[in-house]
Design a protein around this ligand. Sequence first.
Ligand code: HEC
Length: 137
Amino acid sequence: MKLNFRIGMPLLVLSLLALAQAPALAEEPAAPPYTVAEGNNVDAKTFEGWKTWRAMACERCHGPNQEGLVGPSLVNSLKVLTKEQFVTTVTNGRPEKGMPNFGGIQSVVDNINNLYAYLKGRSDGAIKPGHVHKIAE
Ligand code: HEC
């Protein structure tokens, strides 16, 4: 019994400490999904996102600088939309409102996280408008 208490107490204290720390950890802001270096150089995934944006000509409706045309400004939208809402909107579209669905296009499905990373970087003001380049490895 004595031994159990001596091992049990510190364990209990440790578990309580761990529990107390948990909320603090949860509140830590998530790291951005992109990396930008000097001169609009971005990580390889964000670069793929930009290429997907270009290949799909999203700019026809959202503008070359993502600031809106017939479609809304995605610089503004990505401040509000969750990532899940972004993925749902691009995948399913909103056909009745003029937003096509891209869920049937494999390169968009494969690059949806990368597309989000690029647009989030634009929305955060971390990535400048226009051409981006891949950070040299
Ligand atoms: C033919 C025009 C058109 C094209 C091309 C287009 N969009 Fe859209 N998009 C729209 C319109 C219009 C809306 C607004 C729909 C509404 O009113 O809810 C929209 C809405 C969105 C939204 C939701 C914005 C919000 O605030 O709710 C996202 C995200 C989005 N588009 C991303 C994209 C991406 C990424 C591409 C390229 C893969 C793309 N769009 C291509 C017309 C387009």
